[in-house]
Design a protein. Structure first.
Ligand code: CA
Length: 268
């Protein structure tokens, strides 16, 4: 088993690609966890550099691998040759309409598509959804907002891949996303939908910390403006059902000021 320490920046990307295992070094202990997903590739179709340059950089920071296409023709070509995990598609392109590109992509594959539309243009949003887009983001947008939408759309698109063996097992906790069922030592846990989703995200990242922001983005679907207490209430309920002592948890550990970490398989 290879244990790696993660260097920063581009080096980290190469290291992650080169290795099947990534370590997380929390509070001094190094734990190896299986790498479930590589970096997701995003095809960004937009001709305005004032948007593509900062957005690409931000997406890279958020853990994605962006590639830019400046025209409709280039978009179709790159979609074919690079098989991206998701397409961010602007409506106004120099050589055509993003809607036509969307329709064309949809005819070829089920790649998730998020349209970039002008503010307040409801006709554009409806048109985008009608030609098969999964979601839209309104300009001007923040990179954080786009990243949150990407994660939410990728998550919703996930069931297809789950059918290829999506059961997650960490120690004596087993989670079956297709059956929406979780068990502890063979005993079924009665979880609410959100509790299940929180547990799933934590287990998918077992051994590594999952940030509070990410839990909000992925479980509550988008940027959360409500009380952060909601998350703590769900964590507390989960611990109760797992028989976890909050003072000395076996499963769900609090990483103060950052988020939560599901204990890795070697910890117990
Ligand atoms: Ca444009």
């Amino acid at each position: 088993m290879t244990i790696l320490r993660l260097p920063a920046g581009e080096e980290a990307v190469r290291t992650i690609r080169a290795a099947s295992l990534v370590s997380s070094d929390l509070r001094g202990g190094t734990i190896a966890v299986p790498m479930q997903f590589g970096r997701r590739s995003i095809l960004l179709v937009e001709d305005e550099e004032s948007i593509t340059a900062p957005l690409s950089e931000a997406l890279r920071r958020e853990g994605f691998e962006p590639r830019v296409a400046g025209t409709a023709a280039e978009a179709l070509e790159l979609a074919e040759s690079t098989d991206p995990d998701l397409v961010l598609l602007d409506v106004m392109l120099p050589d055509g309409s993003g809607f036509d590109v969307c329709r064309e992509l949809r005819a070829r594959s089920s790649v998730p598509i998020i349209m970039l539309t002008a503010r307040g243009d409801e006709a554009d949003r409806v048109a985008g959804l009608e030609v098969g887009a999964d979601d839209y983001v309104t300009k001007p947008f923040s990179a954080r907002e786009v990243a949150a939408r990407i994660r939410a759309v990728l998550r919703r698109a996930a069931p297809a891949s789950e059918e290829r063996g999506g059961v997650i097992e960490v120690g004596d906790v087993r989670l079956d996303p297709v059956k929406h069922e979780a068990t502890l030592d063979g005993r079924r846990l009665e979880l609410s939908r959100k509790e299940f989703d929180v547990l799933r995200l934590l287990m998918e990242n077992a051994g590594a910390v999952v940030k509070r922001e990410r839990l909000f983005e992925e479980v509550w679907d988008t940027n959360w403006f409500g009380s952060t207490k909601t998350l703590d209430v769900h964590i507390s309920a989960l611990r109760k059902k797992l028989g976890d002592d909050p003072a000395e948890p076996r499963y769900v550990h609090t990483v103060r000021g950052v988020g939560f970490r599901f204990a890795g398989p070697d910890e117990r």
